[in-house]
Write a protein that binds this ligand. Structure first.
Ligand code: SQO
Length: 374
């Protein structure tokens, strides 16, 4: 019995969206769900209590970053990542492949694994499927990701085919190296770029290994949104209905809705927390750059339609002042609001699926947010 199981509750009659529930050793969460990113064992500027208050039941952390700093041994000695960061909800850890390809130079990919330089110290390092599994076993995350290669966009068909086949071999090695499948779920990551037959090959390779869940990787790497949506349309076709589907690195409101419509269950992205730290907020009427001078005497909330702690207690003028003055409290207020906004958006998506009207909800949300504006 896998540590992670999925319950498909219903499918939206108007779209391909699914309402579901994922069960892990640290609790359950409804899907579609947005997962806040806590790269270095913290969702930047938020306490675990605030993440719970916002309504999140699962967060993400990064194997690559925690391996480099503070090192998985310290976290293992602390009793695992949950104990180390005082978070008792679910944790998903990315496997490090993406970070090696996006953060480090001097990369040399070979069958055994990847040689690269530590992006902080410059020291030469080596990461393999077995090492990525050993680190995630030490972290004790509820959902581990297989070690994969996320090729750049665009990539030649020949390169992509070789990469997909190596990622499938690496996935098998991850399964073999998995020490405690009864305690930690392991998701395979589907690659293949924009090539339909490579996505099919990757999906067939990985579903034959019967993972408890599948991520769609290799997207949100600079491709146009219509390419992402087309890849989702044909890739989900080859994934089983009774396992969760996780689209990696996606977190703008429009992509969360469009991904849900295409049958995606789980999403993560640094976007809401990253833009919050430079004073950009997501609101029901579109993006609002609160550091803008026009808000200097605006004593209304960031979003008049939002019930979060920030919007109930603080004004645009005050938050603008804090951000301009480099006051950390300002970053906390914008971060709290942006995460609350996306968690609430996913609640509305789930409600729309229950009412078989996610397509209508998309039109209403896009109109109000301004996505339809030319
Ligand atoms: O194939 C993948 N394998 C393993 N992890 C991933 C993580 C990924 N994250 C993104 N995109 C993140 C894009 N962000 C958007 C906001 O600004 C920072 C980058 N794409 C990703 C693909 C993969």
């Amino acid at each position: 019995m896998s540590a992670v199981t999925y319950e498909l509750i219903k499918t939206c009659k108007q779209t391909g969206a699914r309402l579901g529930k994922v069960h892990t050793p640290h609790g359950s969460f409804e899907t579609p769900v947005f997962m806040p990113v806590g790269t270095l064992a913290t969702v930047k500027t938020m306490s675990p209590e605030e993440i719970t208050e916002i309504g999140s039941k699962i967060i993400l952390s990064n194997t690559y970053h925690l391996w480099l700093r503070p090192g998985e041994d310290i976290i293992r000695e602390a009793g695992g990542l949950h104990k180390f960061m005082n978070w008792d909800g679910s944790i998903l850890t990315d496997s490090g492949g993406f970070q090696v390809f996006s953060l480090s130079d001097l990369r040399n990919i070979e069958e055994k694994g990847v040689h690269f330089r530590n992006h902080i110290s410059g020291e030469k390092l080596f990461l393999s499927p077995e090492k990525a599994m050993q680190i995630q076993n030490a972290l004790g995350s509820d959902i581990m990701m297989a070690f994969d290669e996320c090729p750049p966009y665009p990539a030649e068909h020949k390169y992509m085919k070789d990469s997909v086949e190596r990622t499938s071999r690496w996935a098998e090695r991850c399964l073999k190296a998995h020490e405690r499948p009864e305690d930690q779920g392991l998701f395979g990551i589907i690659q293949g770029g924009e090539y339909e037959e490579l996505r099919k090959q990757s999906a067939k390779d990985l579903t034959s290994l019967d993972f408890p869940g599948y991520a769609i990787g290799g997207l949100s790497v600079g491709e146009p949104k219509d390419v992402m949506n087309r890849v989702l349309d044909f890739t989900t076709h080859w994934l089983p209905d009774n396992k969760p589907r996780y689209l990696m690195g996606v977190g703008s409101p429009d992509s969360l809705i469009d991904g849900s419509i295409r049958g995606i269950d789980m999403f993560d992205c640094v976007l809401p927390t990253r833009i919050a730290r430079n004073g950009t907020c997501m609101t029901s009427n579109g993006r609002l750059v609160v550091r803008n001078a026009k808000f200097a005497r605006d004593f209304s909330p960031l979003d008049p339609n939002c019930n979060c702690h920030t919007c109930k207690n603080y004004s645009r003028a005050y938050i603008r002042h804090l951000i301009k003055a480099d006051e950390t409290f300002g970053l906390r207020l914008t971060t709290y609001h942006n995460l609350y906004f996306l968690v609430k958006l996913m609640e509305q998506v789930r409600e729309a699926i229950k009412a078989d009207r996610l397509g209508d909800f998309r039109e209403e949300f896009f109109e109000q947010y301004g996505f339809n504006k030319p």
